[in-house]
Design a protein around this ligand. Structure first.
Ligand SMILES: [Zn+2]
Length: 307
């Protein structure tokens, strides 16, 4: 170890001792990092999926509850936040395990769990996971959403305006956004994907057309000051959302054109589906395959020219 590294290590030790608990937990191994988002808002990242927390002495409001294996760590982080540990409201942006794993603990503590009705239905029944060729078991009753809706913009009654609504088929069949309008903080779930490849759970109801429409809807909610929290990756702003929407539209249009020529997902990749995009996909084949499947589920609404 050279002198510089030793100095850095020593400084890290000093920082570790002097940082307040909230910042220190960001450096600990194996538990979610607490990342500031905006006044009164933090994001727990590394809990399976991101958990957005609106801190309040009257009870925290959470968007998503992380994967089940991180529940104890999430609860410990919450206890360290201003206002103490109690969560009174938990939103689920969709029904994937990385977003609902903490529901059981919060539901048992009598938090209100808010989600789209399709999310409740998924969690209340055994459902098939196509990629893993198995059924995921229904969750216990206490872990299921207690307040649900089908369509329209919703507002949660309270001192501040918390608006939420459906993002139709953006990633699954039960995606929602949650918009803290007064604070201008928007939880977008997995309808945006600033870090990972965009995921379209085609078997669970997501497709590229739904994703494009949903991102356009999110753009309408935001301005240049909005802080946008995704299910994975860092907090982003409107410019990043706009860039992702532009890419989604390009992919949607290209794929529709190529589909009309009768192409398979591999044909599309060979024909330049991903050419000159502003970002690189780690697994373009998976993306193309999943997106392609989604088009076939929607072929009735794509006009008469689709083979
Ligand atoms: Zn998901």
């Amino acid at each position: 170890m050279n002198r510089r590294a030793i100095l850095k290590g020593a400084l890290g030790g000093v920082l570790g001792l002097t940082l307040p608990p909230l910042a220190r937990s960001a450096f600990s191994q194996g538990s979610p990092a607490v990342v500031p988002v905006s006044d009164g808002f933090v994001m727990l990242t590394g809990a399976g999926g991101n958990v957005l927390v609106r801190t309040a002495s009257t009870g925290h409001v959470l968007v998503d509850s992380g994967a089940a294996s991180f529940t104890d760590a999430v609860l410990a982080d919450l206890r360290g936040l201003p206002g103490g540990g109690r969560a009174t409201t938990v939103f689920n942006t969709h029904w994937h395990k990385e977003q609902v794993g903490g529901n059981l603990a919060f539901g048992r503590a009598e938090a209100t769990i808010v989600a789209h009705e399709k999310t409740r239905v998924h969690l209340a029944t055994d459902y098939y996971l196509h990629d893993e060729d198995r059924y995921e078991k229904a969750v216990p009753a206490e872990a299921r959403p207690t307040v649900t809706f089908f369509t329209g913009e919703q507002t949660l009654a309270g001192k501040e305006r918390i608006e939420y609504g459906h993002l139709l088929e953006a990633h699954t069949d039960g995606d929602i956004y949650v918009f803290f309008r007064d604070a201008n903080v928007l939880a977008a779930g997995d309808a945006i994907s600033p870090l990972k490849d965009p995921v379209l759970d085609w078997f669970g109801g997501g497709w590229l057309g739904g994703r494009a429409d949903s991102q356009e809807k999110l753009l309408k909610l935001t301005n240049e000051k909005t802080r946008i929290v995704p299910s994975y990756g860092p907090v982003v702003g409107r410019a990043e959302l706009q860039a992702e929407f532009d890419m989604t539209r390009v992919l949607f249009d290209r794929m529709l054109d190529l589909l009309k020529k009768g192409m398979s997902a591999q044909d599309m990749l060979d024909a330049g589906l991903m050419k000159d995009l502003k970002r690189t996909f780690r697994d373009p084949r998976k993306f193309a395959y999943d997106a392609h499947k989604g088009y076939w589920a929607h072929h009735n609404s794509l006009g008469g020219e689709v083979l």
